[in-house]
Ligand binder design. Structure first.
Ligand code: ADP
Ligand code: MG
Ligand code: MG
Length: 902
């Protein structure tokens, strides 16, 4: 209770230890992710070394204070340290039996490898002797040298290599390969050498006072919030600069005290596939990041974690069964408490297990879906929660092509399947090169011996990542999975030569610029490009989609112009076509000529003759689309683009086309000029075209009707919807609607028994249409927002254009979110709202949809749900994204009756 009371706004230091903690999991803003989770684990009575967290608020104070830690904070910290001393039964700085601590950064969002941790703090020439008494001198000096180099690196900014090279030199002298083969006297020698390096570099001896060490380290963590790597990571991941990091000071436990000690990392489920097995790696007699640094090959914690090439290594389960069983109990408890897959770090000291970190693990989208579905089935979370957890943007990954199993592959190497997916690209050996080439539009694969945080920008730019060293938890693997990028890691047979720009493998030499293909699901590396195939919605993904469908009230349609697209979309769950553009049908070879003949016709009858040739072609297209969409609504938009788009442009082409049509080239040229416009966007197109060439629209309506009657007669249920594009004024709509109705009536007269009766609606894509929607609704059975043109005309500035022409404007921060990407209430969304409100005022229950690109964008979908839309329509591959986004948006708008089809 008293601990609870002390949690006032002014509290800056939060203790955890011995089953009690000032913090908890929900306090990430203040304690950072690591600190909040250490507190939570402590509360759960999981064995966690005691310690305390200095809050993120102090980080801001530190920056504002010109890099000083306030005395009041120090006082609070020392009193927390005294509690740690009591729990551990050791004192900080005590020469006989010293308490050592780690100093660990921890921001709100996890930033892997971005901030540096210092271990074994509190060691000096006196306390190291006391530490030796707990085990032996080898262990004590090994710990001391680690501390010296970490402190030297992080606090004093001495290049890490300076220390590393001393160890390498010592190993060479001793003729040994591994760190563990060095003896106490070697480490003592190294400690002395490290101290010399420090003194030489900083002009003063290494600080012997543990308190000075502590504050030096805490300040360094605060400073590290501002280093380049951290800044770059934040920029890529959109983490605000203002958040700051917390600092955790925690009693040390030792994984390097002998062969009954170890350090390891694990995921409670497979982060790559999501399969439900405990997965991890560990190293005996090691400390800290040794496991992920690739110093020695880590061992699998259990059989399920064993990868190819590790078959001879014993597992933790075999070597330390009691610690392993404890780990299993704890990971299950953590999964239950967090209700999510955990990424954990642990250390075993003399057979006793200690937990040092837990957090929700990064995972591929495939794993995210599998885990969410499994957890819902296990009763850990609800189905709604499972649906909420998946980022719709990430689904792209699952919908993207994978390697065609039938395609021939020339496999040249095999590594670990570190992050699934497939990618082809040109080999580059540096992150900068990857970035430059990607900017130039090339697809590249970043090939590195191993990656480090300095490579992040290159990993981002690359299609895929290939490394020679490192396991499933290496930097490359973890970061690639986070980015949703395919990665093959630890491909030991690669001989990479950065200087020569070559990569040798199995007798082949590949050079920078050569094309390779990676399969992140098998670990295969292939020479050249390999064909890819589109995936299916099966297994967990299919199940999640079905749950999403039960939750959502928005219907999801697709934009499809061909039967093939319609079928793909239907397989992805489309519930109709929201936009079928008819112009593409005219561009096909064989049709374009008839189209041109129609445009060039000198009078009505000549035009009718040309149109008569087009009619059966269109009818056939529509019939196939209706069949593909049996039972579902299909919105067909009448001809939209300006006619000159169908005519030839270059002189040569004009001559050629004139010859093919048996006409005079000069007359054709004159027609091309006559039709070209200054502002084709608003000009003689869409509804205007329908008014000046009514024969075209009449032919199209006839084609739609005849196809519909024919297909309906086959017993297929169909719901055609005829859509008039680019309406600007209510009179255009009035007039065209009459024309469309006339033609419908004419065809119905020829099919007296048909029940087909299309509805007639309009696109809202000109601002004036949105503003006068109440008038338009008198003559429209439905509205469909054409947000591409509406955005263009309502706000003609995309971020890409602005970046190109107005860089200062973008820099200035005036530039709002790109309206071509997402719609919200601030911009184009207002026009839409006016349109919806106006339309439904005149015609309550007016059916409303969206068919612009935004129909596949989750944020815009949420906005449409809020406005009470009936459906969104998007490209076939985005249909699953839209289904999920629609489910997540359910309840965003006013209460509506349950969705009916269409
Ligand atoms: P990161 O944020 O990079 O994961 P951590 O603060 O988790 O850095 O520290 C890295 C590793 O250092 C941990 O996984 C753990 O192995 C080791 N470590 C940190 N604190 C302690 C401690 N108190 N005792 C033993 N090992 C520790
Ligand atoms: Mg960690
Ligand atoms: Mg348009």
């Amino acid at each position: 209770m008293s601990a609870r009371k002390a949690t006032s706004a002014r509290k800056r230091v939060y203790f955890f230890g011995d089953g009690q903690a000032d913090g908890r999991a929900g306090m990430k803003e203040l304690l950072g992710g690591k600190g909040a989770n250490l507190a939570e684990m402590t509360r759960l009575h999981v064995p966690v070394p005691p310690g305390f967290t200095i809050s993120t608020a102090v980080c801001s104070v530190y920056q504002k204070n010109g890099g000083r830690i306030p005395d009041a904070v120090k006082r609070e910290a020392f009193s927390a340290l005294a509690k740690v001393e009591r729990v551990m039964g050791r004192r900080f700085g005590d020469a006989d039996d010293p308490l050592l601590v780690s100093v660990r950064s921890g921001a709100r969002a996890s930033m892997p490898g971005m901030m540096d941790t210092i271990l074994n703090l509190g060691l000096n020439d006196a306390t190291v002797k006391g530490l030796a008494r707990r085990a032996d001198e080898r262990f004590a000096y090994d710990s001391y040298r680690r501390f010296l180099s970490m402190y030297g690196d992080v606090v004093l900014e001495i290049p890490h290599e300076r220390f590393e090279s001393r160890i390498e030199a010592r190993k060479a002298e001793r003729k040994v390969r591994l760190d563990v083969d060095l003896r106490a006297e070697d480490w003592l020698r190294i400690v002395r050498e490290f101290q010399e390096i420090v003194e030489e570099h900083s002009g003063r001896p290494f600080p012997q006072d543990p308190a000075e060490q502590l504050w030096g380290a805490v300040a360094a963590v605060f400073r590290s919030w501002d280093n380049d790597r951290a800044r770059r990571y934040r920029k890529i991941h959109g983490i605000p600069e203002s958040w700051g990091t917390a600092v955790n000071v925690q009693a040390m436990v030792f994984g390097n005290m002998g062969d009954d000690c170890a350090t390891g990392v694990a995921f409670t489920r497979d982060p790559s596939t999501g399969d439900k097995h405990f997965y991890g790696e560990y190293l005996k007699n090691a400390q800290g990041e040794d496991v992920v640094a690739g110093i020695r090959t880590p061992q699998p914690i259990n059989r399920a974690s064993r990868r190819e090439g590790q078959s001879q290594l014993p597992t933790l389960e075999q070597e330390m069964p009691r610690a392993y069983q404890a780990l299993v109990r704890i990971y299950r408890q953590l999964e239950r408490d967090y209700r999510d897959m955990q990424d954990i770090e642990f250390t075993i000291e003399n057979g006793k297990l200690w937990m040092l970190q837990t957090r929700n693990g990064k995972r591929t989208t495939q794993a995210a879906v599998k885990i969410a579905v499994d957890m819902a089935k296990e009763g850990l979370i609800s189905r709604e929660e499972a649906v909420r957890r998946i980022d719709p943007h990430g689904l792209d990954q699952l919908l993207h092509p994978t390697l065609d199993p039938e395609a021939e592959r020339n496999v040249v190497a095999k590594g670990l399947p570190a992050s699934p997916g497939a990618a082809s690209g040109r080999i580059v050996f540096s992150a900068d090169e990857a970035e430059t080439r990607a900017k130039g539009g090339e697809k590249v694969i970043l090939v590195r011996i191993e990656t480090s945080p300095d490579d992040i920008h290159g990993m981002h730019a690359a299609q895929g990542i290939l490394t020679a060293r490192g396991g499933m938890t290496s930097h490359a693997a973890v970061v690639a999975r986070g980015m949703g990028k395919c990665c093959v890691a630890g491909c030991g047979e690669l001989r990479i030569d950065y200087a020569a720009g070559t990569m040798g493998v199995r007798g082949v030499t590949l050079r920078a610029g050569d094309v390779i293909t990676l399969d992140g699901s098998t670990g295969e590396v292939m020479q050249g490009e390999v064909a890819m195939v589109t995936p299916e919605l099966s297994g967990a993904f299919g199940e999640l989609m079905r749950w999403a469908d039960k939750i959502r009230t928005l219907s999801v349609r697709t934009n499809a112009d061909t039967p093939a697209d319609a079928r793909v979309a239907r397989a992805f769950g489309a519930e109709g076509i929201g936009l079928c553009r008819t112009e593409h049908m005219f561009f096909e070879p064989g049709r374009i000529l008839a189209m041109r003949e129609m445009i060039l016709a000198s009078d009505g009858p000549a035009r009718e003759r040309a149109l008569a040739k087009l009619l059966p072609m269109q009818r056939g297209d529509f019939a196939d689309i209706f069949r593909a969409m049996a039972g579902l609504p299909v919105t067909i938009r009448l001809l939209d683009p300006p006619l000159h788009e169908f005519l030839p442009h270059g002189d040569d082409e004009i001559v050629e086309v004139a010859r093919a049509l048996g006409r005079d080239a000069a007359a054709l040229r004159a027609k091309v000029e006559e039709l070209s416009e200054f502002n084709p966007m608003l000009g003689h197109r869409g509804s205007r075209l329908g008014i000046s060439y009514p024969e075209i629209y009449r032919m199209q309506v006839r084609a739609i009707m005849e196809a519909a009657c024919e297909v309906a007669a086959e017993g297929v249920r169909i719901q055609p919807e005829i859509m008039l594009p680019l309406i600007t004024h209510v009179r255009e709509l009035e007039r065209l609607r009459a024309l469309v109705e006339q033609e419908i009536a004419a065809v119905r007269a020829e099919w007296p028994r048909t029940k087909v009766k299309p509805s007639i609606g309009t696109m809202i894509e000109v601002p004036r249409a949105a503003l006068t929607a109440d008038l338009l609704a008198e003559h429209a059975d439905f509205f469909s927002f054409g947000t591409n043109d509406l955005t263009q005309m309502g706000y003609a500035l995309s971020r890409d254009d602005a970046g190109k022409f107005l860089p200062d404007y973008v820099e200035s921060g005036i530039m709002p979110d790109d309206p071509f990407v997402s719609i919200d209430e601030d911009g184009i969304g207002r026009l839409m709202e006016i349109g919806v409100v106006g339309g439904r005022r005149t015609r309550p229950g007016l059916k409303i949809g969206i068919c612009g690109e935004h129909g596949g964008d989750p944020k815009s979908i949420r906005f449409c749900a809020k406005l009470g839309f009936d459906y969104v329509s998007c490209s076939p591959f985005r249909v699953p994204v839209a289904r999920l986004a629609a489910a997540q948006a359910a309840g965003a708008g006013e209460k509506k009756p349950r969705r009916t089809r269409g």
